[in-house]
Write a protein that binds this ligand. Structure first.
Ligand code: CU
Length: 183
């Protein structure tokens, strides 16, 4: 009799644990969409990194890790996108139409489009040129674009900026870029 009671308590405990964990799984897997972008160098910056974007309802969480950035400087970063919603890409070397050796923001725009979402507060690279950034935005609030305005996330591009040019730090120059794709 005692054994039976012990067994039934153990069984109920097991059921409780099992149902809890399956609820948690449902909450995290059903509502989220996850995207990733591998960030490659632009303009010979040597910068590279990785970005992940998670959409959960109207919460958009952006995580960026990058290295090879100009140290101890703030680096503007944005989600860019073409106005017609079509697939944005990172600019090829031929984007430098005035052949000054730098693909400027406007020269890159035909490829990755305008700024859709500034990823503020812009991070400061540490003394080793590393950047680490995490922020959650609420879509449709406080000047953040709505889900509709952001459009198809896998058509969007993440661009990091800020390069030394002729001994001067120019915060606008694109230094790393990656197309988002769905995981
Ligand atoms: Cu940008």
């Amino acid at each position: 009799m005692k054994t039976l009671k012990t067994l039934s308590i153990a069984f109920v405990t097991l059921l409780t644990i099992a149902s809890c964990s399956s609820d948690d799984d449902n909450n995290t897997t059903n509502n989220e969409s996850n995207y990733t972008a591998s960030l490659g160098s632009l303009n010979g910056s040597g910068a590279s990194g990785n970005a992940t974007v998670t959409l959960d309802g109207n919460d958009l969480t952006v995580v960026i890790v990058a290295k090879g950035m100009v140290a101890n400087q703030p680096h503007p970063q944005h989600i860019h996108g073409l106005e017609d919603g079509s697939n944005g890409v990172c600019p090829p070397p031929t984007a430098d139409t005035n052949s000054d050796g730098i693909i400027s923001v406007p020269e890159g725009a035909p490829f990755y489009g305008a700024i859709l979402l500034p990823l503020e507060d812009f991070p400061m690279a540490d003394a080793n040129g590393n950047v680490s950034y995490t922020k959650t935005f609420t879509l449709g609030e406080n000047g953040v674009p709505s889900k509709e305005e952001l459009g198809t996330i896998e058509n969007r591009v993440i661009v990091l900026h800020g390069l030394d040019n002729n001994g001067e730090y120019v915060a606008t120059i694109p230094v790393a870029c990656g197309q988002l794709s769905k995981i």
